[in-house]
Design a protein around this ligand. Structure first.
Ligand code: HEC
Length: 479
């Protein structure tokens, strides 16, 4: 060893620390699924690097954000590739984190003494989802805007602190320039630094306790005499690199040939606009549609919160010494149910966003003439574009319109709200409806009739051809 070499080795603690770290022996039969953890870390690296370059051109303000993305796409050398890698990389990372989580769950490697490793992992999952959420608003297109409207209004349902949380998140009552700067700061400073620290802790703990038991019937590292040497470096790193290169290849191809959905600039109200969350949030979005009125919080808050708490508590709930999936039928059944549930919700979510306004939920009693007219206007104006009734028939961008009598809404309030939502609620994002006074009267009566605490609901089909213009504007009613 040359003298210089020796000095460097001493200075960086090669023999004492780095060498044992790099050349650490891992279980010789470690499966390929063990590369998922490294994949998550490397993808985070890709996101960090592409993000840094994007930050050089991106401008976080409502009047410049959209144009700055155009600039990145069209003017910056390799800008489109850069943005593509960041966009598709985000999806890949969310997927990798979920796969990593499920693989650890099914192999049972989260059990003692690895509780803390698992808890760090759950935090990393939440940070990844937070990065996805905050990054989503930044392109400032319609999709970004509406998805943020929907999700930021979710905590509002919480008693007492709900409004406060929404205001904190949006930096005020509505989505504004401050919302972008806040999301931007969280997206590129707060969450990435948290993530780095937690990754360091996670890796330290993995090192401390090992990936899984060495000598056991663990499926991730089954027993058996092998003479093969499997070290972190170079064997495990080489294998992880193969996986990473395949993934990188895919996101490269997607960046080059796939088109990133790009919609109109945020807030241009367009009747044909189809709001949809990013695919990895679709299942949560879909969950919302199963609940309405006072049960809405179950879908928006209770189930997700319960799910996260359950994840954190998992190592303390399932304490049996068994590992692998063969000896844990109950845990595996629960895990499979969750996976199937997520896939099911995602698929129905994608199918469901395609249609709206084909059916309406109305009270089973006979509607009065006024209410019937209101229903026609409701169908004509395509309110179902943003509103559900009893969780059905439309989309959940605005609140469910069933049982809102219970919220103390009066006919006068509804009429003036629909005519000019911003006059009633400053930050409302609902479009204005320039309807006649009698139309507003009918529509409000119809909405108040959607009281399913005293009436059974009934589903009717939309038959647009039976609606005639003269039916819609009755002559006799005076508000
Ligand atoms: C582009 C989406 C969109 C469309 C289309 C839309 N709304 Fe809304 N609506 C919302 C949103 C979002 C809210 C609640 C938050 C807000 O005001 O921004 C809302 C709120 C409401 C409320 C208030 C509910 C309450 O509890 O106070 C009523 C009533 C309402 N909408 C009725 C209608 C009617 C009737 C139509 C059709 C004429 C309609 N909306 C069309 C998005 C929409």
């Amino acid at each position: 060893m040359s003298k210089l070499n020796k000095i460097i080795c001493q200075r960086i603690g090669w023999d004492a620390h780095l060498k044992p770290f790099l050349y650490k022996k891992l279980p010789s039969n470690l499966g390929w699924s063990a590369t998922l953890g490294s994949l998550c870390v490397i993808l985070f690296g890709v996101m960090a690097v592409t993000g840094m370059f994007l930050a050089m051109y991106y401008s976080p303000s409502p009047d410049k954000a959209y144009a700055s993305i155009d600039y990145i796409m069209n003017e910056v050398p390799l800008g489109a590739l850069l943005r593509g890698l960041h966009h598709w990389g985000a999806g890949a990372m969310v997927l990798a984190v979920f796969l990593h989580l499920f693989s650890v769950f099914f192999s049972g490697s989260f059990k003692a003494p690895r509780e803390l490793t698992w808890i760090f992992g759950v935090c990393l999952l939440l940070i990844t989802l937070g990065l996805g959420f905050t990054g989503y608003l930044l392109p400032w297109d319609q999709k970004a805007f509406w998805a943020t409207v929907v999700s930021a209004n979710i905590p509002k349902d919480l008693p007492v602190i709900g409004q406060f949380i929404t205001n904190l998140l949006l930096s005020g009552g509505g989505i504004s320039g401050f919302t972008i700067t806040r999301f931007y700061a969280i997206h590129m400073l707060v969450l990435p630094s948290l993530m780095l620290m937690l990754i360091a802790g996670h890796i330290y703990l993995v090192r401390l306790h090992g990936v899984c038991e060495h000598e056991s019937s663990h499926p991730a590292c089954p027993a058996g005499k092998t003479t093969r040497i499997y070290r972190f470096f170079p064997e495990h790193m080489a294998r992880s690199s193969v996986v990473f290169l395949v993934v990188l290849g895919i996101i490269f191809l997607l960046s080059l040939f796939g088109e990133i959905p790009r919609e109109d600039i945020a807030r241009t109200i367009d009747e044909n606009y189809l709001p949809r969350p990013e695919w990895y949030y679709m299942w949560l979005f879909q969950l919302l549609t199963y609940f309405s009125g006072s049960t809405e919080v179950i879908g928006s808050l209770v189930i997700p919160t319960f799910g996260v708490l359950l994840l954190f508590a998992l190592p303390f709930i399932e304490k049996s010494k068994f590992i692998g999936s063969v000896n844990r039928p109950l845990a595996v059944a629960a895990g499979v149910t969750v996976v199937v549930g997520i896939v099911y919700l995602s698929v129905t979510g994608f199918a469901g966003t395609l249609s709206y306004g084909n059916t309406f939920m109305i009270p089973s009693r006979t509607l009065s003439k006024t209410e019937k007219n209101g229903l026609r206007i409701y169908a004509q104006q395509e309110c179902a574009y943003c509103h559900n009734i009893m969780g059905k028939g439309g989309r959940r961008i605005g609140p469910d319109l069933s049982n809102i009598k219970a919220k103390g809404r009066t006919r006068e309030y509804l009429a003036s709200f629909i005519k000019d939502p911003q006059s009633q609620s400053r930050f409302s994002v609902m479009p204005k409806y320039a309807l006649q006074e009698d139309e507003l009267y009918n529509l409000s009566e119809f909405i108040l009739a959607l009281d399913f605490t005293t009436n059974e609901p009934r589903t009717i089909k939309n038959e647009p051809r039976t609606i005639k213009k003269e039916d819609i504007i009755p002559k006799t009613i005076t508000p």
